[in-house]
Design a protein around this ligand. Structure first.
Ligand SMILES: Cc1ncc(COP(=O)(O)O)c(C=O)c1O
Ligand SMILES: Nc1c(O)cccc1C(=O)C[C@H](N)C(=O)O
Length: 400
């Protein structure tokens, strides 16, 4: 087929896929321009409802109601209220998620609490050796603080590495570099069979695919809200503590907000019941309420529909890259099998840094991950199939 015919065929296919896209209308709820934005796995786009809400929070709730807003504007209960809004997206019943702090801080809370839950006899922590660095740094510190040994292993090595010594296992649901989706049900079951406690980092899966926290009996989980949940730069993260473990959740960061009676101002600490134990100090209200407005785009949207579209987008991108990129110029690191793929495509390319710079100049925004990875994130709420075709075509031109 001629180059022209290939292009016509892919464009026609994109048009057909866009016409059948049940989520196409959601894009109108975001502030976007002519750029093809494939970096929602780093910073999600701005939902249109956010600026007006933030304006109201600042001018009316803070500016006029001032201190009254802690009650009257629902500020005090925002961490658990917004946690309950995120819960169905990750397969959790209400009352198990609190929003607040960064992912890094929540990894620390969850991992130390997991080690404490596992008990004294277990002296080893397993951590995903391929993890986003912050999780590894925090796991190292958590191990040092709790007197455990840290053992980095790949997720595939976890079943063999588990033993009666294992206290806790910290894993990523989707790998930030390759986009590989790890087998959360099987790995959680293996961790449990060894009598250990599982901690999952959902940064790259929440809002992109069903997680099934309750269904698969995950113990503890954390995630950010600025990627597929579109909460904005630095929006607060969240912590999930399974309902039946909450009584045993012994936070390494007990603050007055996790006290059973915060305004009792007592010198001794008695933890609150339930998910509130995961709170620490005063919530970051401006970011948190921006996130709450951002989550409104999920009204009427099912995570299953998002997953189906995500797979169709990444399939189509891989197909278009195969058609447009010169042979052998890039190599996909992202698994072909749907059961092993998150919502991004990672392409290895020797001059990835330079290629990404040129892509961005030409209106296709992905990102570069050291040393040689081109990363393209597909947010089904606002990325369409024509975007995918254009991104792959421009990539092909840049690579030639
Ligand atoms: C898997 C993973 N964990 C943690 C983080 C970041 O943590 P924090 O929100 O504390 O910056 C990221 C990305 O920034 C990530 O990809
Ligand atoms: N959180 C980020 C930030 O504050 C600045 C730049 C990038 C980020 C990211 O989220 C990076 C992202 N976790 C990654 O997977 O690479």
């Amino acid at each position: 087929m001629s180059e022209f015919a290939v292009r016509a065929e892919k464009a026609a296919k994109a048009e057909k896929l866009d016409a059948g896209d049940e989520l196409a209308g959601v894009r109108g709820q975001f502030v976007l321009d002519e750029v093809v934005y494939l970096d929602g796995n780093s910073l999600g786009a701005l939902p249109s409802a956010v600026p007006g809400r933030v304006e109201d929070v600042v001018r009316r709730q803070w500016g006029e109601l001032r201190i009254r807003s802690w009650d009257e504007s629902g500020w005090w209960t925002a961490p658990e209220r917004i946690g309950d809004r995120i819960a169905p997206l990750v397969g959790a019943a209400a009352g198990q998620i609190v929003v607040g702090d960064s992912t890094s801080v929540n990894v620390f809370k969850a991992l130390v609490a997991a080690v404490r839950m596992a008990g004294e006899g277990r002296d080893e922590i397993l951590v995903d050796a391929t993890t986003f660095p912050t999780d590894g740094y925090i796991a190292e510190s958590a191990a040092r603080m709790t007197g455990r040994t840290l053992r980095p292993v790949t997720p595939a090595q976890v079943p063999d590495a588990l033993s009666g010594r294992t206290a806790a296992v910290l894993l990523n649901h989707v790998d930030y570099r390759t986009g590989r989706l790890h087998d959360l049900p099987a790995l959680t079951a293996a961790v449990h069979a060894a009598g250990a406690v599982s901690v999952w980092d959902l940064c790259h899966s929440a809002g992109a695919l069903p997680v099934g926290l309750d269904e698969y009996g995950v113990d503890l989980a954390v995630g950010c809200t600025y990627k597929y949940l579109n909460g904005g730069p630095g929006s607060p993260a969240y912590l999930y503590v399974r309902g039946d473990l909450q009584d045993r959740f012994d936070s390494p960061l007990p603050g007055w907000n996790s006290h059973v009676e915060p305004f009792g101002m007592r010198s001794d600490f008695t933890p609150a019941d339930g998910a509130l134990r995961g709170r620490v100090g005063t919530p970051d209200i401006l970011s948190m309420l921006a996130l709450e407005a951002a989550l409104e785009v999920w009204d009427g949207v099912s995570i299953e529909a998002v997953r189906a579209k995500s797979l169709a987008l990444t399939d189509f991108f891989l197909e278009c890259v195969a058609a447009y990129a010169p042979d052998g110029r890039v190599e996909s690191l992202t698994p072909v099998a749907h059961g092993e793929r998150g919502s991004q495509v990672a392409l290895r390319c020797a001059d990835a840094g330079d290629v990404m710079k040129r892509l961005i100049e030409r209106g296709v925004v992905g990102d570069f991950r050291h040393p040689d990875v081109l990363r393209f994130g597909f947010t089904p709420l606002y990325v369409g199939f024509a975007d995918v075709e254009r991104a792959a075509r421009v990539l092909g031109e840049v690579l030639r």
